[in-house]
Design a binder for this molecule. Sequence first.
Ligand SMILES: Cc1ncc(COP(=O)(O)O)c(C=O)c1O
Length: 307
Amino acid sequence: MSEAPTAVDPRMTSGCAWIDGVYVPSAEARIPILDTGFVRSDLTYDVAAVWKGKFFRLDQHLDRVLAGAGKLRITSPLTKAEIRTQMHEVVRRSGLRDAYVEVVITRGVPAQGERDPRRWAPRIYVYAIPYVWIVRPELQEAGTAVVIARDTYRIPPTSVDPTIKNFHWGDLVRGLFEAYDRDAWLAIHTDGSGHVTEGAGFNVFALVDDVLVTPERGVLEGITRRTVLEIAAELGIPTRVGLVEVEELSAASEIFLTSTAGGVMPVATVDGRAVTADGMGPVTRRVRDTYWAWHEDPRFVDPVQYR
Ligand SMILES: Cc1ncc(COP(=O)(O)O)c(C=O)c1O
């Protein structure tokens, strides 16, 4: 690591990246066009949040990205401790107090003519940018409008393992366009057999007969999803992680989406039908309030040393 500056470089305040051993403003960071992360989506990545100057559950994000790399048989160029250091460092250099911090591990650039992926040299890069909201907080109060995607099923887990966080977003982006075309903001995808999966950057929860349900399979095991399950246990709200039928969304008294990029996001309408009278149901509100309170709870946070 190069000598750490004591003051924030003004070029870094909208984001700082660390790539190939150098720190650059995130808008200037580049990867080679031959990197297989870019040309083949051959990578895994993770996104952790910094809120009020503290990482939330960073350890779990690090474990997930390294587990994903292991499943892909990519050897991370950095250890867990080294990735943690770089994630802290890009935030510190940016000076950002509320940040979206991404680490990407690609299989790298093949030597010319080399087809065997076992021989490629992996690349890792890290960046921090201002916190990203899938649904902006002022819009969360009123709840968001979603559709159940009719045109695109979630890519099957037998083709792309959704537990490895990935850039295979063709289905998810198609879902967003379907949502816009149907006067909504986001789409929930099914697996093609009538079961709920997830959407563009989020997991799905529904309150059905006073039980909070979320799909077990065909989804990324979100850190926010896990946090919500823990919050529910603490608040005494029954949960079920299993198959969730699309019809259960019609029967649900509350629905919310979860992501590191936006937290617990209430759903007001599904396919134009109102879920709750006022956009955000009482269980969603309790879970959401606790989620943000936990961002200041010493059990889960890792403060950035801005100096
Ligand atoms: C496809 C998908 N599902 C779910 C999530 C939510 O995961 P987390 O709560 O760890 O941010 C994400 C996050 O980006 C995602 O890309």
